[in-house]
Ligand binder design. Structure first.
Ligand SMILES: [Zn+2]
Length: 74
């Protein structure tokens, strides 16, 4: 086996959630209406990072630690 072939060029990408074929410019899946990112090297759309979800998670951890401190340590 020789060197790896040149980058594959995809003409469509697939939703990482439901595997519906989408155009490369699609930002929302036609099948499940979830947000999708750019195509990766496997032809799948990347899952966009949900910053709001991370923020909410950090907030809840903060509230939890605050509660523990308030209830048990103070
Ligand atoms: Zn989908």
């Amino acid at each position: 086996m020789g060197k790896a072939k040149a980058k594959r060029v995809f003409t469509f990408k697939r939703c990482p959630y439901c595997f519906t074929n989408l155009s490369l410019t699609a930002e929302t899946c036609l099948g499940c209406h979830k947000r999708v990112g750019k195509v990766d090297r496997f032809g799948l759309a990347k899952k966009p990072i949900n910053y709001l979800g991370y923020l909410a998670a950090f907030m809840w951890v903060g509230i939890f630690i605050g509660y523990i401190w308030f209830a048990f340590i103070r």
